[in-house]
Design a binder for this molecule. Structure first.
Ligand SMILES: C[C@@](CO)(OP(=O)(O)O)[C@H](O)COP(=O)(O)OP(=O)(O)OC[C@H]1O[C@@H](n2ccc(N)nc2=O)[C@H](O)[C@@H]1O
Ligand SMILES: Nc1ncnc2c1ncn2[C@@H]1O[C@H](COP(=O)(O)OP(=O)(O)O)[C@@H](O)[C@H]1O
Length: 276
């Protein structure tokens, strides 16, 4: 049995620079990962099977198009043969929420497949398969704090944020990515600032915040609620939303913040975790 974690991704900053001819957007982003996420379990079996369990299993159908089975099939086609596998996805992250759950699941499947097939994880074919699966999958395959450019696949690792406590909050509203990009106003507000990772995070922006709020105005309430927490040193929306995060210096303040959010907004999803 292989157990492969699929950690949630955060965009600590996300600058949208321009819309490309192919419909995708050129980004400059600071990717980070947290200590919690979905979990993929795999065991060799008589035939391929896929099931989804966990708190957000209801948001997906196991028979439908899933990034896990797409990653499995792409690996078997483009990298190396795989034995029949019984795969269980423990879906703990809200679906379509800006923290890359599906991308993290696909990346976890590729890592597990590489282990099973004795392929090294820095095999360039793995990154190529990841990029074809989705813009965030290469970053999730790397799983480390990194600057991302291009569609998100041009990655440069950066150190310096591990261990910072963070609260993630989603108002339980699914926000699909494409319509958010579709509402971006086309104005280039400038590149990521220079400096170390923390300076970039704090001085940066999320250019998808305004377009995402047009689709789900409650995101504004989430940011306001996080802004009111004592000790929050960075509050922002991640990706195309609707999940927002608050970074703290002090783990006790983080715990108190998560407690306050759960008490005031019991219908919202709230995860107390840390950057890795
Ligand atoms: C916005 C980001 C920021 O990290 O995260 P999420 O909000 O999805 O977590 C990503 O760029 C999302 O990556 P991912 O979710 O893998 O997107 P993809 O499947 O590649 O693309 C979904 C759709 O989003 C739009 N898209 C995505 C990436 C990009 N650089 N430009 C785009 O315009 C396109 O309309 C595309 O059809
Ligand atoms: N394993 C998966 N987990 C989540 N979503 C998936 C998965 N496989 C396919 N999808 C599809 O991908 C879309 C984006 O999902 P997700 O990665 O959760 O969004 P985001 O990157 O915004 O957090 C969903 O609307 C869903 O239909």
């Amino acid at each position: 049995m292989i157990v492969e974690p699929a950690p949630a991704k955060l965009n600590l900053a996300l600058h949208v620079r321009r819309r490309r001819e192919d419909g995708y957007h050129e980004l400059e982003t600071l990717f980070a990962f947290v200590a919690d996420g979905d979990v993929l379990s795999l065991a060799e079996a008589e035939c391929d099977r896929f099931e989804i369990v966990g708190p957000f299993a209801g948001g997906l159908t196991p028979d439908g198009d899933n990034l896990v089975t797409r990653a499995r099939d792409a690996f078997a086609r483009d990298v190396a043969a795989l034995p029949p596998l019984a795969i269980t996805l423990d879906k703990r992250l809200p679906v379509a929420s800006g923290i890359g759950g599906g991308s993290a699941d696909a990346a976890a499947m590729l890592r597990a497949a590489a282990r099973l097939a004795d392929v090294v994880t820095d095999d360039p074919r793995l990154m190529a398969v990841a990029a074809a699966l989705g813009s965030d999958v290469p970053a999730c395959l790397l799983g480390r704090t990194a600057f991302g450019a291009g569609r998100g696949e041009d990655l440069r690792v950066v150190e310096g944020l591990a261990g910072r406590p963070v609260v993630l909050v989603n108002p339980n509203v699914a926000v699909p990515t494409a319509p958010v990009f579709g509402r971006w106003d086309g104005v280039d507000r400038g590149p990521l600032p220079g400096g170390d990772a923390w300076s970039v995070a704090t001085l940066g922006r999320n250019d998808l915040f305004v377009p995402a709020k047009l689709i789900a105005p409650v995101i504004g309430e989430v940011v306001d609620a996080l802004d009111r927490l004592d000790g929050a040193v960075l509050v922002r929306m991640s990706g195309s939303g609707a999940t927002c995060f608050a970074v703290f210096n002090d783990p006790d303040a983080c715990r108190a913040g998560a407690y306050a959010i759960r008490a005031a907004y019991p219908a919202w999803w709230c995860l107390e975790t840390a950057l890795v």
